[in-house]
Ligand binder design. Structure first.
Ligand code: SF4
Length: 714
């Protein structure tokens, strides 16, 4: 039973309502504990939770097997002089970390200390980690793996709307829209329960358009699939707007009343004529025109972006181009219309709202804004001058590890950066150059291979805490049972380290709820205002949408109906001319390479590769290759191919499929070591969001049947 059971209306003597630990859909689930053996758990999808309505994917259904998994770490481990990791007491491990941090800070300065957080952390943990790095380590260097996920959509929405919330409307609006455009999202694979809303939209007579270089399961459901050349999304989005303007399909009244900057945008897309766009993108003119008419002629239309368009070195501009189109069509803020981002990680949204991003403070405040610094310093009871400035973004932070870059110590919470980062061999090398690497996780992973200390932490069903799903709906994950002996929560770890580092005040919390009470105060008055949200309200309701500025406030399911969040109340158009990807195919590396996901695995696979049912279904990454290319290379299904980029090489077994373009190879990125797709990817960063270009790089490939190919250079 949860320890605070007397307050719960939704908990029976044996069944607890909670949420999935994985993606941003945050499916509601019930977990029933076997009374004779509290470790025997039965997971069911919650039919009452209005987001997943009784559906889940295989990852959610199998999540309980991680809780009592035999590979779980149950004691801190410290690397000894002989290079082996050995179990030690918590006091020994924490003393060691604190002494090293103090010594490194004294020798190299506080900015040599860094932390890397995660979109898997609850709001409470993300908040406390941000506070710990700024207040205790006194370092600017904290970022999180959400930078690899939704950062371009966040930057685009902030620039266009003055606020960033994944979906500015409930997911149920998807079923209502008459024309739905899914751009760079294979949500049928990445969050399958969302397809119930897509199918409902289609069953009501709505049109579905999909933009993706691959014919995915999502694309197969579409009325129109635009299978563009990788990395040309920005050209296509500008081209669709050009057609909408030429065909007089834009909403002049809406543009005049609700937006600013249209004239400069109009001039900038004059050159994006359909023939030029066809040459760049490979999308025939007729399909471009059809897409625009489907969106413009519908009573309502909605565009949702995914990582395909966002994970590019021009991801922010590409998101802005899509927003430009939807604003020009007069759809943003209208019922069942507008733009949204399909956030990826479980708490990717909340994780970027409460201070674990290099440039942000709680409440979606900015660390370089004097008023925002003063607001947070007041809550933390410090002088604003004590707050460090903006730190390095995720890849830049990791690339700075070691003597040359200056980051000497890294604390990692819930992230597997050795697999998730672009040019991952570089990151693996640099992790090994650290003077102190501490990994806090439930399992050892690829990142902890060179850790000096591993701290075992509790998992989602073992502690309560809030997350914020892709709709901006704040929900409460409830505790199902106690964590195993020997394991601590991240909140306890941060409190214990703060005490050892001489700053106990402000870190001695007895529960996540206490942290949330402080987070409420810290977020008050910010864009992401949680001050009116309480654990009691979350238990009574099916989540609360931020902003919620007072306890009487019902929350805000829909944004932009009357005004946008810029001071003028208007949305801003941005002229975003096309530019090619940083690396495109050439004579030496003649193919595109792009990455993505399997429905059986989540992110770096650190958890899902430990679940037998998921590994049985998808035991390895397979390289998707077009039949024509396979024939030219002389390979067939199941044979192996060596794929090389300028950064490294990987051998994959192939899956031959006409669902992919003949000029493109695809592989999932859920595996590490020699199977890591990110060995190949390029760390070219978006200038605004600092998002790496995971979706486009140039490679060459050949059958892997030459002597020495078994051991590619990593
Ligand atoms: S991984 Fe996502 S879609 Fe699958 S069950 Fe969990 S929250 Fe739902």
């Amino acid at each position: 039973m949860p320890e605070n059971a007397p307050h719960l209306r939704v908990v029976t003597s044996e069944t607890t309502k909670t949420h999935c630990p994985y993606c941003a859909f945050q499916c509601g689930m019930t977990i029933t504990t076997h009374q004779a053996d509290t470790r025997q758990l039965a997971i069911r999808a919650d039919p009452d939770f209005p987001v997943n309505r009784g559906q889940m994917c295989i990852k959610g259904f199998t999540a309980a097997s991680l809780l009592d998994h035999p590979a779980r770490i149950l004691s801190p481990k410290l690397r000894k002089a002989d290079g082996r990791l050995a179990p030690v007491s918590w006091a020994t491990a924490l003393d060691f970390i604190a002494e090293k941090l103090l010594a490194l800070s004294a020798r190299y300065g506080p900015e040599s200390l860094a932390a890397f957080g995660s979109g898997a952390l609850t709001n409470e943990k993300a908040y406390l980690l941000g506070k710990f790095v700024r207040m205790v380590l006194r370092s600017p260097n904290i970022d999180y793996n959400g930078r690899y996920c939704m950062a371009s959509a966040a930057a685009g929405q902030n620039r266009a709307f003055g606020i960033d919330r994944g979906l500015p409307f409930p997911v149920s609006d998807i079923a209502e829209t008459k024309a739905l455009l899914l751009w760079g999202s294979n949500c049928a694979e990445t969050m399958p329960p969302i397809m119930q809303w897509v199918f409902e939209q289609r069953n009501r007579g709505g049109k579905l358009l999909v933009v993706d270089p691959r014919r995915t399961d999502t694309a197969r459901a579409a009325s129109l699939h635009l299978q563009l050349t990788p990395g040309t999304d920005l050209a296509l989005a500008n081209g669709l707007l050009h057609i909408a303007i030429e065909e007089k399909l834009i909403d002049h009244t809406y543009i005049a009343e609700r937006t600013e900057g249209f004239e400069a945008l109009r001039r900038s897309v004059l050159t994006s004529d359909p023939a030029h766009v066809e040459r760049l993108t490979g999308i025939p003119i007729e399909q471009q025109v059809l897409a625009v008419r489907m969106l413009a002629d519908a009573e309502s239309s909605m565009a949702l972006s995914g990582r395909g368009m966002e994970q590019q070195s021009k991801g922010t501009d590409t998101v802005l181009a899509l927003i430009n189109l939807m604003l020009a069509l007069g759809q943003v803020g209208k019922p069942a219309g507008g733009y949204g981002c399909l956030t990826g990680q479980g708490n990717g949204q909340g994780g970027r709202e409460h201070g674990q991003k290099a440039d942000q403070l709680p409440g979606y405040r900015y660390i370089d804004d004097p008023k925002h610094r003063a607001d947070i310093a007041r809550v933390w009871d410090i002088d604003p001058a004590e707050l460090p400035s903006k730190g390095k973004s995720a890849y830049e932070l990791l690339d700075s590890m070691g003597p040359a870059g200056g980051i000497r110590a890294l604390l990692v919470f819930g992230s597997n950066v050795a697999v998730a980062s672009p040019n991952s061999s570089n990151i693996v090398r640099k992790l090994a150059e650290l003077d102190l690497l501490v990994v806090c996780d439930a399992f050892e992973n690829d990142t902890s291979k060179t850790a000096h200390v591993i701290l075992p932490t509790s998992q989602w069903a073992e502690e309560e805490g809030t997350t914020t799903n892709l709709e901006g709906r704040v929900i409460l994950r409830q505790r199902v049972h106690a964590a195993p002996q020997g394991v601590k929560s991240d909140i306890e770890v941060l409190g214990a380290l703060a005490a050892r580092l001489g700053r106990p005040k402000g870190f001695q919390f007895v529960s996540p709820r206490e942290v949330f009470e402080e987070l409420r105060r810290a977020s008050a008055g910010g864009k992401a205002d949680y001050s009116g949200i309480t654990y009691e309200k979350l238990r009574e309701r099916q989540g609360i949408f931020w902003p919620c500025p007072s306890e009487e406030h019902p929350g805000t399911p829909r944004l932009f109906a009357e005004r946008f969040s810029h001071p003028s109340g208007r949305a801003r158009f941005h002229a975003v001319p096309y530019r090619p990807s940083v690396e495109v195919p050439d004579a030496e590396y003649p193919l595109y390479f792009t990455t993505g996901r399997y429905k059986e695995h989540y992110n770096s696979g650190a958890q899902t590769r430990r679940v037998a049912a998921l590994m049985d279904a998808k035991p390895e990454p397979r390289l998707q290759i077009h039949p024509n290319l396979a024939a030219r290379m002389g390979v067939s299904e199941g044979q192996t191919v060596l794929v090389e980029s300028r950064r490294g090489a990987v051998i994959f077994s192939v899956i031959v499929s006409s669902d992919i373009r003949p000029d493109t190879l695809f592989a999932p990125f859920h595996w590490g070591g020699k199977q890591a797709a990110n060995i190949l990817t390029i760390p070219a960063l978006d200038p605004t969001s600092r998002m790496p270009e995971f979706k486009v790089c140039a490679v060459r490939a050949r059958p892997a049947n030459f002597p020495g190919d078994d051991e590619p250079e990593l």
